[in-house]
Design a protein around this ligand. Structure first.
Ligand code: ZN
Length: 135
């Protein structure tokens, strides 16, 4: 076993407009808004909604960013799922040693001071998997 009991943390959804998507999640589904954050250096705006222990992370691109490219290619929709791990560096090193591939060489800073890294969908049965260690 390479990662000890990873827990589903959030589902990342690529949207064209956080304002419009929030209306659906909050008004139609009754989820509670949990804050927004701009990651300027990555060209992204994020919003979090509490879906009962698991979050929905809305991702809106601000220009030259991976989310805008994703939407351009495939339209809005589920972008990634994120699992919480105790130690993201340890988890990544261990998974890499087992032959799993990652989008970047090392974890980096995510929302709310967390550390994150993404696994390549080609090594995870087609799903972009994010690993997060809470900050
Ligand atoms: Zn995420």
């Amino acid at each position: 076993m390479t990662v000890k009991s990873a827990k589903l943390e959030h589902v990342g959804v690529a949207v064209e407009s956080i304002v419009e998507a929030r209306r659906f999640y909050e008004e139609a589904l009754g989820l509670t808004f949990g804050g927004e954050e701009v990651l300027a250096e990555r060209g992204l705006k994020l919003a979090f909604l509490d879906a009962g222990g698991v979050k929905i992370e809305l991702l809106e691109g601000l220009g030259e960013d991976p989310i805008s490219k994703f939407i351009e290619k495939r339209g809005p929709g589920i972008h990634h799922i994120c699992f919480k791990v105790a130690d993201v560096d340890e988890a990544a090193a261990s998974l890499r040693a087992d032959g799993y591939e990652f989008v970047t060489d090392a974890p980096y800073e995510g929302a709310h001071g967390s550390r994150v890294i993404f696994m390549k969908p080609s090594s995870t049965f087609g799903v972009l998997i994010e690993l997060i260690q809470e900050g």
